[in-house]
Design a binder for this molecule. Structure first.
Ligand SMILES: Nc1ncnc2c1ncn2[C@@H]1O[C@H](COP(=O)(O)OP(=O)(O)OP(=O)(O)O)[C@@H](O)[C@H]1O
Ligand SMILES: Cc1ncc(CO)c(N)n1
Ligand SMILES: [Mg+2]
Length: 548
């Protein structure tokens, strides 16, 4: 195959960034939440922005924890654009390396030239270099392009103990690559291998090794202490030819350290690309990796002994898993307050909330169509206090300002209220956002914009809401089937029709019923709620037994 003609480096004018959404996809709510809150800045971004760039020349880790995959995520986390030239494919997971498929040197050369002739790189970072030929190819291409720094992670053995590059590369590494290396980052076994098997097992030996390896050509040597046994101090040593600098950090007890070395080297490359001097770059990189190990320590990904990191922990989306305030089960008996009904029966909203929760309501919405803001806030605060005592979530209907003011668990929005994406940008990822939907299109949009649940109706005619179109059980089913969001049925739900709404065959998204007058226009709210719970239990049990 003919090689690519190498084009001259020239500045490229990129078109402005387009809107962040793809129709009908929502990879996960948090991603959408981020994109939604940042869309304003991308619209106003100047036409020409110089983005720091790292080119990583490394192997692919199919398990997503090390190699190219770790490098790209690290750069993304640190605000740097990362390009890649892949040296080998590995079939790898948290257990070990099951196979290696090296990329021919000619094709490595093609990738390097494609990237460097067009996009360019401030810094080149290398990881797995499986053969001497691949090192020679890399060095000959590096001669052709302006690069500010070269970061070399001399990957030889994966943490699992599997060999990724043999002793056959040592000669080419020493002769060709190390003399042009700005920083070399061996772990302790790699430092030993570079020195022909010298012992590197403790702090003193790490320092000695740094001095010896520095003589091989790199401007800086960073010996990583991740393999220091019996030490709680994960110290890395940086040697610049005259001084030793120590970077300390306490050991995090975790199985998730696969790819820490790749991530550290990429983070150094990213910091250098942004303009840091070497010592600051190493300091910032060490801090990023330390924080990332800490924030990933409880993840369970894969069954092997070496789990990956959550490089993008600053986006916060996995942190929310398992501690979200919202659980779809809480939609089972959704109580919507009505102050005129409660007044008629001589009780305040917060008294009614207490009774309905005691009777078995699983979530409460405070709905106030007439009240002044100050009164609404007072009612909401008193009701929230009660709901918190019982550990039941409480959301505010329509009024984002009231929800914010009383720090409610979330808000329920109608189609004419603020768009969900804006509400999400204001409330952040941890608050509940529900949205009323009558149509499949509205349901799809709710999902794309980051809602947590859908309220769908009116299922039956109702007096509680004026001019409300009835969509029937059939309309409810269509909404349920139009997005992955959990749905609560609303509108004219009474004890006699719960069975029809909830019994099998029931769409799997349908999680409960929202009730107003059936709960609050009753002499005893707790008794009414208990009654609904009993009917729901019956409807769900029946459908359960029919399904099996
Ligand atoms: N359990 C841990 N707690 C805190 N820091 C750690 C831990 N393990 C490694 N580190 C740090 O992570 C960085 C990478 O060091 P390490 O020696 O593990 O690299 P490595 O063996 O090349 O990793 P890999 O090859 O798996 O990518 C160093 O800064 C090290 O101090
Ligand atoms: C592809 C690849 N590069 C580097 C390492 C070292 O962690 C690994 N395990 N896999
Ligand atoms: Mg390593």
């Amino acid at each position: 195959m003919a090689m690519l003609a190498v084009q001259k480096l020239r500045p490229v004018r990129h078109p402005p960034v387009q809107g962040p959404f793809q129709k009908s996809t929502r990879p996960n709510a948090q991603f959408v939440r981020m994109a939604a809150s940042e869309s304003a800045t991308s619209d106003t971004m100047p036409i020409s922005v110089k983005v720091p760039r790292v080119l990583t020349v490394a192997g692919s880790d199919s398990g997503g924890g090390a190699g190219i995959q770790a490098d790209m995520k690290t750069c993304a986390a640190l605000g740097v654009f990362c390009t890649t030239a892949i040296t080998a494919l590995t079939a790898q997971n948290t257990i070990g390396v099951q196979g290696i498929y090296p990329v021919p040197a000619k094709f490595l050369e093609k990738q390097l030239k494609s990237v460097l002739s067009d996009i360019g790189a401030d810094v080149v970072k290398t990881g797995m270099l499986p053969s001497a030929e691949c090192i020679e190819t890399l060095c000959s291409v590096l001669d052709l392009f302006p690069i500010r720094a070269v970061v070399v992670d001399p990957v030889m053995v994966a943490t699992s103990g599997d060999e990724l590059a043999g002793a056959g590369i040592l000669d080419a590494l020493g002769k060709k690559l190390l003399p042009r290396t700005d920083i070399l980052t061996p772990n302790m076994p790699e430092a030993s291998q570079l020195l022909g098997g010298a012992s590197v097992t403790n702090f003193e030996e790490m320092k000695k090794a740094a001095v010896e390896i520095h003589k091989m050509g790199p401007r800086y040597v960073l010996i990583k202490g991740g393999h220091l046994s019996g030490s709680d101090d994960m110290v890395d040593i940086l040697y610049d030819g005259s001084e030793m600098h120590e970077y300390h950090g306490s050991r995090v007890e975790t199985r998730n350290t696969h790819g820490t070395g790749c991530s550290l080297a990429s983070a150094i490359a990213a910091e250098l690309a942004k303009g840091s001097q070497m010592r600051q770059a190493v300091q910032a990189a060490k801090e990023y990796v330390k924080e990332t190990i800490q924030r990933s320590s409880k993840l369970t990904i894969g069954g092997g002994s070496q789990g990956p990191l959550n490089h993008l922990h600053r986006l916060n989306h996995w942190e929310r898993l398992g501690q979200s305030h919202f659980k779809p089960e809480s939609l089972l008996l959704y109580a919507v307050t009505d102050s005129s009904m409660n007044e008629r029966w001589g009780r305040s909203t917060s008294e009614a909330v207490k009774e309905v929760i005691e009777g078995g309501a699983t979530i409460v919405q405070i709905r106030e169509k007439e009240a002044e803001s100050g009164d609404f806030l007072q009612e909401a605060e008193a009701s929230l206090k009660v709901a918190r005592e019982y550990g039941i979530p409480l959301v505010i209907n329509d009024r984002l300002d009231i929800a914010l003011a009383c720090d409610a668990d979330g808000v329920h929005l109608g189609q004419s209220d603020l768009p969900v994406s804006r509400a999400r940008a204001i409330l952040g990822p941890n608050k509940i956002i529900g949205v009323s939907c009558k149509t499949p299109e509205q349901a799809q949009r709710a999902w794309e914009e980051g809602a947590d649940y859908i309220g769908s109706g009116g299922v039956y005619p109702t007096n509680t809401k004026q001019n409300n179109k009835t969509i029937g059980v059939e309309g409810l089913r269509k909404v349920c089937e139009s997005s992955p969001l959990p749905v609560v049925a609303i509108g004219g739900i009474k004890d006699h029709n719960v069975q029809e709404v909830m019994a099998s065959p029931r769409p799997k998204q349908l999680r409960g019923v929202a009730v107003v007058s059936g709960l609050f226009n009753q002499p005893d709210v707790a008794v009414a709620a208990k009654h609904f719970r009993a009917i729901l239990a019956e409807a769900l049990d029946e459908s359960y037994s029919r399904a099996f």
